[in-house]
Every structure is written in structure tokens, then in C-alpha cells.
Design a binder for this molecule. Structure first.
Ligand code: MV4
Length: 499
């Protein structure tokens, strides 16, 4: 199998590593500004697929299929984002006789619509958030639902997901304007204006279950991840296991996730996203039909290489792991390191990385997509790398993450590293007391300037560097390529301990 990786950055590097360990040659694809990106350097071959904008490169199905054919790749791994959950792309691979390293296009389609997936999950006996399972045909149907269910409710786009195209409605007087708003947003975001309504689950946690299936109908779960800490629907810290899930609840969540995946004949790696209320009732929210950003926390705790499993499953092999053999071990935490300045409201900070020191040592894993001397382009997601720490307990994993963050150095651009140091010190985070509003509540209380060098420090550093450079020019240079009697005598003295 020769694998083309239809992605960039750390996830492309991650997939290339798994391929190399299994002995499969790899092909990287790259846009113009990505010519010298890390994934291009690591792959066995690389092929250009177009200019900077993703629409003209990483999202071009025709160019990626063409690149696979030109380089003789017979399989494509989509990573996450870009074309990973695009059923049309999975079909284009199938039509071209190329193995898509992911689920079937039918599974992607079934889970791509919120209303269709809710219908299928309900039919399979998977708990969904109480509410409608069909898109409404008129405002009156929303008003009827609100009347019978009571406020607050959420209006969501049928074609939505990941926080786009949804609105909380707390009172009747806001209902019509919210309905119109979500309908028009859905039309412009997804080209599909259909919407439906759900009961609002207050103070939820976002808990998701990792599943893995083969093409022979075998499915296992690998427990849950705690993904509640988000900012603007972007996850910032993820953990495995969730500090609020015990073994009994894990078993129920896992059984639910396997049932959900089986209902759409799922194979490959996938994730069932759930909302969980403070009463620990959980509801299916949506399924991500791809490998996820935060998959390493599951890998470290469950001892399974999810990317290698995806590669084996794509070749038609049966899963070799059975549910009874799987057990969680310890605790893992992931911080997503972004080229953003947390002290300036997370403004993008692209540019040249002048110096990079990645943390190392016991239990530390870097999923890194950059290097010193690399220029972070403005065109793509600003995630540079993921720092993942594993230890025996949650407290030890937090201490290890704090230690690793102090070793982490990135010069030239701003990153979210200081923000994570503050989170790791936060008492509520340490006590695992948080819901989806946590990040917005703590942000104003954080001192993110602390790690930044003041103007005075920078001036002092420049003066010190200038003095050092001058002293270097004044140093007596001993010729080291000539042998001399003096030099021999000096060495002999030194060896006799006379100096
Ligand atoms: C909800 C909800 C409360 N009740 N649905 C946000 C992302 C999208 N996948 C679904 N989301 C939510 N749906 C009901 N019926 C609260 C959220 C939500 C949220 C969920 C998970 C993680 C962070 C969140 C932040 C705000 C809102």
C-alpha cells in the first residue's frame, strides 16, 4: 500500500509516522507556501497541488485524486478537517479504485445531517437530546415545539455541526427572530436552510467516545474523552479519561457508542459526541466520522495506535483487539499549541519561528508540525503542535504538563503556551469543576502578560548580546592547526595537574 496523505501540519506528520512504522511508502501533497513544511520533508515523495487558498489546493478533490494517480498511491488518508468528512471525496476515491482510509461514504452521509442522524440514533435506541427529528416546514412547528417542551430551547441547522448554525432561545419573544436568523445562517453556511429544535441542556459537559470498527462488523470502544474546555467551539484542553466518568458509566457510554456506530455500519476510527448534564444523563449529539485532533490522549491511556488500526482496517483486515482485552491505564492531557497571542484576544501570530525547544522527558509526547526556521503561513489553521502528557493519575498528569510547559520555548511568534500554564494552575480546573462556559469565565481573570518580556528586558538583552559580540572580536585566537613547543609544554603541565 502506498499512502497519499491529503493534509498538512502535525496530522500529516502523524499519519506519515504510522505508515513508516508499517512499511508503507508515503506521498505528501502541498500548496505553494507549504513547499518546505514538515510533512513534505518527512514523506517519501511530495507533489504540489495548487496555490495557498485551501479551496484551490487541500480541498480540490480532482487535484488530490490526480496526485495519487501520478505518484502511484493506492490509498489516501484524509487526516482531519479539509476533505476528511466529505462523502463526495470518499466516493471519488472509490470510483478511482483508491482506498479511502476512513469510513464508507454511506456512513459519512448518514451522520452528516443532524436530523437524519437523530432519526437513526433514536431508531437504534441511542438517547438523543429531546426534541424534533425532522426539519420544520414552517415557523409554526417550532412555536408548537417550544410550547410543549417549554423554554429554553435551541434552534439548530439540520446541516450544521461543531457549533455553527445554532441559537439558544430563552423566551417566546425571541423565537421568531432566532428562527429567521438560524435559517438564513444555515442557508449561507451550508447551502441548506432547514432547521429543527431541541431542549436546551444547561451547563453541559462535552464527552465523546472513541470507537474503532473493521469491515467485518466488529466494533470496540476506547472509552471517553473529556472535551468540555472550549473557546468559541474550539477545544483547548482535552483529557482521557473524563474525571466525571467512572467504570460503570464508561461501560454504558461505550455500549451506547458501539450501538450508534453499528446503526450506520461504521468502520475505521470514529467519535460519538455527547452532551452530559450535571445529573450525568448523556445524549448523543453528533458523530465525527474521522480521526480527531485529540486522538493521542486516548492512544496513551488505552495503548492502541489508532492510525495504524485505521490503516489495517482500510486494507480489509479484521480488528485484532477485543473489548475484553482493552483497559484504560493512567491519565492523559492534551494542550493545543496555537500561533495565537492569548494576551491579545488570541489574535493570529504567523511568522518565522526563530528558535524552538520542545519539551521532553518521561510521559511527554509532542505531535508537532513545525521546526525552527519554518515560517507559519497565514492561510491555514494556526495549530502548531499538540503537547500530550501521560501519567498514572490526573494530578500527576497536570504536574507533568506544567513541567513540560516550562520547558517549551518558541521564539519569533506568540503562542498559547502561557494560557495553558494558567489553566493548569486554576483551582477549578484542578478540581475538575467545569462546564462549557469555563474558559470564557476564567479568561478575564488570567494574567497572561506574566511570561512576556517587558520592553526593558528586551533592551537589556540586546545590550548584553552586543557586549558579548564585541568581546568575541577581542579574544586572542590561538592557532589550533599548528603544533608548537609551548603548546606541548602547556598540555604536559596540565596533565601533571600543575595548572
Ligand atoms: C447544545 C447545548 C445545549 N443544549 N444542545 C455546541 C457545539 C455543537 N456540537 C452543539 N453545541 C451545544 N449544543 C443542546 N440541546 C450546548 C452546546 C454547547 C457546547 C457543547 C459542547 C461543548 C461546548 C459548547 C459550548 C456552547 C454550547
Amino acid at each position: 500500500m502506498k499512502v497519499l496523505v491529503a493534509n498538512r501540519g502535525e496530522i500529516a506528520v502523524r499519519v506519515i509516522r504510522a505508515c513508516r512504522e508499517l512499511g508503507y511508502p508515503t506521498v505528501a501533497v502541498y500548496s505553494e507556501p507549504d513547499r518546505a513544511a514538515l510533512h513534505v520533508l518527512y514523506a517519501d515523495a511530495a507533489i504540489a497541488i495548487g496555490p495557498a487558498p485551501s479551496r484551490e489546493s487541500y480541498l480540490r478533490i480532482d487535484r488530490i485524486i490526480d496526485a495519487a494517480q501520478k505518484t502511484g498511491a493506492d490509498a489516501i488518508h484524509p487526516g482531519y478537517g479539509f476533505l476528511a468528512e466529505n462523502a463526495e471525496f470518499a466516493r471519488a476515491c472509490r470510483d478511482a479504485g483508491i482506498t479511502f482510509i476512513g469510513p464508507s461514504p454511506e456512513s459519512i452521509d448518514a451522520m452528516g445531517s443532524k436530523t437524519e442522524s437523530r432519526q437513526r440514533m433514536k431508531a437504534a435506541g441511542v438517547p438523543v437530546v429531546p426534541g424534533l427529528t425532522e426539519a420544520v416546514k414552517s415557523f409554526d412547528e417550532i412555536a408548537d415545539f417550544a410550547k410543549s417542551a417549554g423554554f429554553p430551547i435551541m434552534i439548530k441547522a439540520s446541516a450544521g455541526g461543531g457549533g455553527k448554525g445554532m441559537r439558544l432561545v430563552e423566551r417566546e419573544s425571541d423565537l421568531r427572530s432566532s428562527f429567521e436568523r438560524v435559517t438564513s445562517e444555515a442557508q449561507s453556511f451550508f447551502g441548506d436552510g432547514s432547521v429543527y429544535a431541541e431542549k436546551f441542556v444547561p451547563q453541559p459537559r462535552h464527552i465523546e467516545v472513541q470507537i474503532l470498527g473493521d469491515q467485518h462488523g466488529n466494533l470496540v470502544h476506547l472509552g471517553e474523552r473529556e472535551c468540555t474546555l472550549q473557546r468559541r467551539h474550539q477545544k483547548v484542553v482535552e483529557e482521557c479519561p473524563s474525571p466525571v466518568v467512572d467504570a460503570e458509566l464508561r461501560e454504558r457510554l461505550g455500549a451506547m457508542a458501539v450501538k450508534a456506530a453499528a446503526a450506520v455500519n461504521y468502520y475505521s476510527a470514529g467519535t460519538i459526541e455527547c452532551l452530559m448534564g450535571p445529573d450525568r444523563e448523556f445524549y448523543f449529539l453528533e458523530m465525527n466520522t474521522r480521526l480527531q485532533v485529540e486522538h493521542p490522549v486516548t492512544e496513551m491511556v488505552w495503548g492502541v495506535d489508532l492510525v495504524k488500526e485505521q490503516l489495517r482496517v482500510a486494507r480489509g483486515e479484521k480488528l485484532t483487539i477485543r473489548q475484553e482485552q482493552l483497559a484504560p491505564n493512567g491519565h492523559a492531557i492534551e494542550c493545543r499549541i496555537y500561533a495565537e497571542d492569548p494576551a491579545r484576544n488570541f489574535a493570529p501570530s504567523p511568522g518565522l519561528i526563530r528558535y524552538l525547544n520542545l519539551p521532553q522527558g518521561p510521559g511527554v509526547r509532542n505531535e508537532n508540525g513545525v521546526y525552527a526556521g519554518y515560517t507559519v503561513p497565514v492561510f491555514y489553521d494556526p495549530m502548531l503542535s499538540k503537547l500530550v502528557c501521560h501519567a498514572a493519575t490526573r494530578d500527576e498528569a497536570i504536574a507533568r504538563m506544567k513541567r513540560a510547559l516550562t520547558e517549551y520555548r518558541v521564539e519569533g511568534i506568540d503562542t498559547t503556551i502561557p494560557f495553558f500554564s494558567s489553566i493548569m494552575d486554576n483551582a477549578d480546573f484542578r478540581a475538575a469543576k467545569f462546564d462549557t462556559g469555563f474558559i470564557d469565565r476564567v479568561l478575564p481573570t488570567l494574567d497572561l502578560q506574566g511570561n512576556r518580556a517587558s520592553a526593558g528586558h528586551v533592551d537589556a538583552a540586546i545590550a548584553a548580546a552586543a557586549i558579548m559580540a564585541f568581546e568575541e572580536t577581542q579574544r586572542v585566537q590561538l592557532p589550533n592547526d599548528v603544533d608548537s613547543a609551548w603548546r606541548r609544554a602547556g598540555r604536559a603541565d596540565a596533565m601533571r595537574g600543575r595548572l
